[in-house]
Design a binder for this molecule. Structure first.
Ligand SMILES: Cc1ncc(COP(=O)(O)O)c(C=O)c1O
Length: 301
């Protein structure tokens, strides 16, 4: 993961979603808002609602979260938590370069913000810059899970944070889940020792690269926004499409895609786009067929 941590500072959680809930509920009393990339992981909405914290959208560009826009909104809304996905952002696949991570750390320090890094996809990109923890260890929490690489069914995730916060975070794990399933953790530990994780990771990265190449070819490189090793693509739709209509038409063809509204954190209308998951289909011919069906649909207007 590229994360330096002592074993006592790693908190086991029942998946990244649980880790995010635990850490955000730990920080809630010191936050007036959760600052998110304007396109963000949908699972954050439910957490914000339960914690009664507003989600405040921050602009993005090709390098990730726009730190000037973050500084502006933080001035208005006050102390809070930045929730972000610096490596293989969901849904756009963006990887924040080191310079942007450093700038984010600086704004966080200046405005007294905590940073929660969702590293769900980080294992797919071995050459990513160091995690946010390297830039602002005193205020950053990282949540990483094995769901994307091994299996979401294991419900195993790792949470790392500043030394003086870890005990309080652990108490929230006890309060919500008592302990994370030892069986899942034991399986992951054994697979780490035996090299299964490394082998699976290598084959997942190769599969993702193969599937991305197919997606770019079939859907058209100019309309696809994605990372070459991600397990999802973001497809921009033409002006003639309503995203919800496209999603419903795809469902009629028995293809499930996620509309932009699921990720959009602003009150304004979302962009015309969908997220296509490439995680499920290993058979290149079947994947090509499904993507061709979506490409034909997208040209139908
Ligand atoms: C960006 C992101 N964060 C967190 C999660 C939740 O993962 P987990 O299965 O470990 O709870 C997902 C799952 O799809 C995700 O895409």
């Amino acid at each position: 993961m590229g994360v330096e941590a002592r074993i006592d500072d790693v908190v086991l959680c029942a998946g990244a979603q649980h880790g995010l809930f635990v850490v955000l509920s730990h920080l809630a009393s010191r936050a007036r808002a959760i600052y998110v990339e304007e396109l963000t992981y949908p699972g954050i909405h439910g957490i914000a609602e339960i914690l009664r914290l507003p989600l405040v959208a921050v602009g993005m560009d090709a390098d990730g979260i726009d730190v000037e826009s973050l500084a502006r909104v933080a001035r208005r809304h006050g102390p809070g938590v930045v929730f972000c996905m610096p490596t293989i952002h969901n849904p756009t696949g963006t990887v924040m370069p080191a310079s942007r991570r450093a700038a984010l750390a600086e704004v966080a320090r200046e405005k007294g913000l905590f940073v929660v890094e969702d590293a769900a996809n980080r294992m797919l990109e071995p050459s990513a810059p160091p995690p946010m923890r390297s830039f602002a260890p005193e205020r950053t929490f990282l949540v990483a899970s094995v769901s994307k690489v091994l299996s979401p069914g294991l419900r195993v995730a790792f949470l790392v944070g500043p030394d003086d916060e870890v005990h309080a975070v652990t108490r929230r794990v006890w309060a919500t889940h008592w302990m994370s399933g030892p069986l899942g953790a034991e399986i992951v530990a054994t697979w780490l020792d035996e090299g299964v994780v490394d082998r699976t990771l290598a084959s997942k990265r190769r599969a993702a690269a193969r599937r991305q190449a197919i997606a770019r070819r079939v859907l058209g490189a100019e309309r696809v926004v994605a990372h070459p090793r991600a397990l999802h693509v973001w497809l921009r739709l033409g002006d003639a499409w309503s995203t919800e209509r496209f999603t419903a038409d795809a469902a009629r063809r028995r293809i499930v895609v996620t509309p932009s509204s699921a990720f959009w954190a602003r009150p304004t209308p979302p962009p015309r786009a969908i997220r296509i998951s490439l995680g499920g289909l290993d058979d290149a011919r079947a994947l090509t067929r499904e993507l061709e069906s979506l490409a034909a649909l997208s040209r139908a207007r």
